[in-house]
Ligand binder design. Structure first.
Ligand code: MN
Length: 344
């Protein structure tokens, strides 16, 4: 498959590179690395992400080339990177029509249950890979281009982001070998770390403080969880983005099988973030039950509702139903953790 993808990239002239909505460092880094390399090979390349780029990734070389729509332009090849779900491209209908027009779509991804194969002709997908960047690395080698400093920085950002700064269990020997070569080619690990880990506003720190202070351990579920209400965002003068990453900080107690952070960043919209370091727990599968997605160890979902406090309890209101957090229904017996199964 790798050879076929390389030949397809070599043959293309006008390439559209799409990455997923609410982009992370792997999404943006990998899309830009491909953009640099294909441009160097003389191709016209348009990198696209439907959503704005979060502040920590705006330092990446080539970020100014990123577009937010792909409605115009005549492309002979579409490359979708790091998208586990056709909807998460932000352009499902556009991709379906490009597929129907016979355009070649290449799907480069590492998410489980990737469904891009519905529209993609070539699927270079490896669930065992840490990141899309890890998959793109050998692709760039196969294209025979010299690894430049901008490309190395973009790819190392992808590896860094999806391995949690080389701390998650997906930090394989391959990841470390690639990272070493990328640093040797001019990527600065300390610069990447500075941008991704050290950009928090004081408002963000205050909000994280509230989440940390409210952390609880639920014994039967072996779940660490915390809650942030809409009022907390206001009281801290924090934006929805200010909570990003907080769940990773909560995910550090040895007795927990998983960590759950529930928030209402926008009125009537609840966001749930899940993390685990336990190889036996698949939070991605859990998130999918609730219409979300992600990886085995890091996933999330959102749904309409409100977060409320009643005495010592946290409640989630979903339509006419109220669920006490973290709802636990051992009688159902189908999930290791089941935080949001409505109580009937
Ligand atoms: Mn990724």
């Amino acid at each position: 498959m790798l050879d076929t993808v390389i030949r397809t990239l070599q043959a293309a002239d006008r390439v559209l590179v799409i990455t997923h909505e609410q982009p992370d460092g792997d999404a943006i880094g990998t899309a830009l690395a491909l953009t640099h390399v294909l441009t160097a090979l003389g191709k016209s390349v348009t990198p696209v992400c439907v959503d704005p780029v979060p502040i920590p990734f705006r330092f990446l070389p080539g970020i100014e080339q990123l577009r937010h729509d792909c409605l115009f332009g005549n492309f002979d090849l579409v490359v979708v990177v790091d998208c586990g779900d056709l909807r998460r491209t932000g352009f499902p209908d556009r991709l379906k029509s490009l597929s129907q027009l016979g355009k070649t779509i290449v799907n480069i991804d590492h998410h489980q249950r990737n469904d891009l194969h519905k529209v993609a002709e070539l699927n270079y997908v490896d669930y065992a890979a840490s990141s899309a960047a890890e998959l793109v690395y050998p692709l760039l080698q196969g294209l025979g281009v010299t690894m430049t400093s901008p490309v190395a920085t973009c790819l190392l950002t992808g590896l860094y982001s999806d391995t949690g700064g080389f701390k998650h269990s997906n930090t394989s020997p391959t990841v470390l070998r690639q990272a070493a070569a990328l640093v040797a080619a001019g990527a600065s690990l300390s610069t990447i770390k500075q941008h991704i880990a050290c950009y928090r506003s004081v408002a963000s720190l205050k909000l994280w403080g509230v989440a940390l202070a409210r952390a609880r351990f639920h014994g039967p579920l072996k779940l660490v969880y915390s809650v942030i209400t809409l009022e907390d965002f206001g009281a801290c003068q924090a934006t929805p983005d200010d909570l990003d990453g907080c769940v990773n900080l909560l995910n550090c107690t040895p007795e927990a099988k998983a960590t759950l952070l529930v928030s209402e960043p926008l009125l009537g919209r609840i966001r749930a973030s899940l993390r685990t370091e336990d190889d036996g727990v698949d939070v991605g599968a859990l998130a999918q039950l609730f219409g979300g997605g992600g990886l085995r160890k890091a996933a999330g979902f959102s749904f309409p509702g409100h977060v409320r406090r009643r005495g010592a309890q946290w409640l989630v209101e979903l339509g006419g139903t109220t669920v006490t957090l973290p709802a636990y229904q051992p009688a159902r017996g189908i999930l290791p953790i089941a935080p949001f199964l409505p109580i009937n």
